[in-house]
Design a protein around this ligand. Structure first.
Ligand SMILES: Cc1cc2nc3c(=O)[nH]c(=O)nc-3n(C[C@H](O)[C@H](O)[C@H](O)COP(=O)(O)OP(=O)(O)OC[C@H]3O[C@@H](n4cnc5c(N)ncnc54)[C@H](O)[C@@H]3O)c2cc1C
Length: 230
């Protein structure tokens, strides 16, 4: 189903989110709900026009029930109301000013499609604590620490942010994405690199290193050749 979605341009302009809990194995509608609502624009428009606006919860439940192997929401208890949003803009602010620092979404809140916000909230708090932990008693040291935090925040997240914001316009995958993503599905080394990149353990520069791109090319060429032989 995700492959089917991936073949069409998408526009992430309607988000719906609610939280469920249940006994036993964890249920993960948070991720699923978000992915499902990244619908292709034509379907989105149709869906929004009547069904979704009238009753987002019923529409979401129906959509969820149609998924292959989806966990049963009937066994879950909803613990927050459904919220629908027509626009979910990418937001970023200057992460520090003299005497002030922002972490998490306050600093950077972007397209949740990639599931990065909670990790970045925790990490940015850690970077801030690491930068100012011993300096907060002296205003000069504090401001130096805050500048160091801003620098770290930028160096860790700016390139990821660029790509995520760029993709959130609804454009289809570009050549590099098609190359690296398809290689990840065909080769364990490329898969590991993709997992590290997707989990934000490595930056864009490392993910797109020339040797990594060369391997992705080789993997896809090998796949194309073997497919041609068959
Ligand atoms: C639909 C959707 C799906 C997402 N999916 C994922 C995902 O799969 N994985 C992931 O990692 N992230 C995901 N995110 C992003 C993630 O939820 C956020 O990045 C993360 O919660 C940010 O944490 P935070 O602590 O910075 O901010 P928040 O979680 O927003 O916490 C801020 C808190 O401050 C409170 N507050 C605000 N103003 C005041 C005030 N004046 N006084 C007192 N309290 C106040 C708010 O009520 C809130 O509880 C998703 C977001 C959305 C919208």
């Amino acid at each position: 189903m995700l492959r089917q979605f991936a073949q069409q341009p998408t526009r992430r302009s309607f988000l719906s989110l609610s939280t469920y809990k249940r006994e036993g194995p964890p249920i993960a509608p948070y991720l699923s709900v978000k992915q499902l609502i990244s619908l292709p624009e034509t379907r989105l428009t149709r869906a929004l026009s009547a069904e979704w606006k009238a009753d987002p919860e019923a529409a979401m439940t129906r959509l969820f029930e149609g998924l292959p192997c989806a966990p049963s929401l009937a066994q879950a208890q909803r613990v927050t109301p459904f919220m629908g949003m027509m626009e979910y803009p990418n937001l970023h602010r200057s992460v520090s000013k003299p005497g002030l620092a922002l972490v998490g979404d306050a600093a950077l809140s972007i397209d949740p499609l990639w599931g990065i916000g909670c990790g970045w909230a925790l990490q940015s708090a850690e970077w801030l604590a690491g930068s100012v932990g011993r300096a907060w008693m002296s205003p000069t040291d504090l401001d130096r620490g805050l500048s160091a935090y801003a620098k770290r925040h930028r160096s860790e997240l700016a390139d990821h942010r660029f790509l995520i914001e760029n993709f959130s316009t609804g454009r289809p995958f570009n050549v590099i994405e098609r190359l690296t993503f398809s290689a990840a599905a065909r080769d364990p080394v490329c898969a590991d690199a993709f997992a590290a990149f997707g989990s934000r353990f490595i930056g864009v520069g490392r993910f797109l290193r020339p040797d990594a791109l060369a391997r992705a090319l080789w993997v896809n060429a090998r796949h194309a050749l073997s497919a041609a032989k068959i």
